[in-house]
Design a protein around this ligand. Structure first.
Ligand SMILES: NC(=O)c1ccc[n+]([C@@H]2O[C@H](COP(=O)([O-])OP(=O)(O)OC[C@H]3O[C@@H](n4cnc5c(N)ncnc54)[C@H](OP(=O)(O)O)[C@@H]3O)[C@@H](O)[C@H]2O)c1
Length: 284
């Protein structure tokens, strides 16, 4: 039976991948850093394997007999050579046959992002791989921005009038599972976007309509956004990454739409309205 190891199993995408793989005819293993936390999120019906990208003692046993690896780069691990590459070498040594890597929109054009370095390193190792280059997650709105929306009724991000082709992580997970369990996806890249690109003014209007209370888009300058985030004592690196991401949207570089999700799932991508309806308890 196909053995699939899922990293980032407690994260936004990984938990959905686990949920879907449990209904497939395969042996699914959740590679987790913190077992207690994982059990709280995924329950006790899952086969857990201890795994930490930064702890070499965990790699060999995690990769034993694994045919396919769903690879998620933890956002805090930015030094690919030091933090990710050694575990990938262990996967190669263990003869992992294929990697499906959660990458980012534009990784093929921007060699500075860690995802681009990981893609190139996997190619260098010669492990057949699918790169899922995903656009901005809808689920950032119920994680990073949850409190602003819930308590202040505000969308506070410096994205100007730029549009974003938001994708629901449930669609990314559905694509990941198809590429992991179906034949015919051994190598290549898919660019995963939603079916529409929206400004944050439009996002605020959809929130207002679905939640039945006013949600405003504040549209701060990048400087006042950074100052506000510092005032909230968020980590420096996180603030700069957020500023960079929203500047990309501001410059109109986050609005591309592809048909990959629809072609792979044989249905349109989930819409932002659908997402807000499904997740509305997060902002109530
Ligand atoms: N947010 C977006 O809009 C967006 C768009 C495109 C691509 N991406 C990329 O997607 C990835 C993040 O995916 P996500 O949002 O699904 O993940 P996430 O929710 O940020 O969760 C991170 C996962 O990594 C695990 N982890 C943390 N440190 C680890 C370590 N040292 N060893 C092993 N596992 C570790 C965490 O486990 P614990 O729970 O045990 O800490 C958790 O399962 C990033 O590479 C990001 O750049 C994000």
């Amino acid at each position: 039976m196909l053995k699939i190891l899922v990293t980032g199993a407690t994260g936004n995408v990984g938990r959905e991948v686990i949920r879907l793989l449990l209904n497939q005819n395969c042996h699914v293993c959740a590679a987790v850093k913190n077992l207690d936390n994982a059990k709280q999120i995924l329950g006790s019906n899952v086969h857990y394997i201890p795994f930490d990208f930064t702890n070499s003692n965990t790699w060999a046993s995690a990769f034993v007999g694994v045919n396919k690896l769903f690879l998620v780069r933890p956002p805090a691990l930015a030094n690919v050579r030091k933090d990710i590459a050694p575990a990938l070498r262990a996967a190669k040594q263990a003869k992992v046959e294929q990697i499906v890597f959660l990458s980012i929109l534009g990784a093929d054009r921007n060699s500075f992002v860690p995802h681009s370095k990981i893609e190139r390193y996997i190619e260098q190792l010669g492990i057949p791989a699918i790169f899922l280059r995903a656009s901005f997650f809808m689920q950032n709105l119920n994680t990073v921005h949850r409190e602003d929306i819930k308590t202040r009724g505000e969308l506070f991000m410096p994205a100007g009038n730029g549009k974003t082709s938001f994708i629901d992580v449930r669609d990314i997970a559905a694509v990941a599972v198809r590429t992991l369990v179906e034949d015919g996806h051994s190598q290549g890249a898919y660019t995963l976007t939603g079916g529409e690109a929206l400004t944050y003014y439009e996002v605020a209007d959809i929130f207002t309509a679905v939640l039945g209370k006013p949600i405003r888009y504040i549209n701060p300058s990048v400087l006042s956004f950074v100052a506000q985030m510092f005032a909230r004592r968020l980590p420096l690196s996180f603030v700069f990454i957020m500023a960079a991401i929203y500047t990309t949207a501001r410059l109109g570089l986050a609005d591309s739409i592809t048909l990959d999700v629809e072609q792979l799932l044989l249905r349109p991508p989930l819409t932002l309205r659908q997402y807000i309806e499904d997740y509305q308890q997060f902002w109530q």
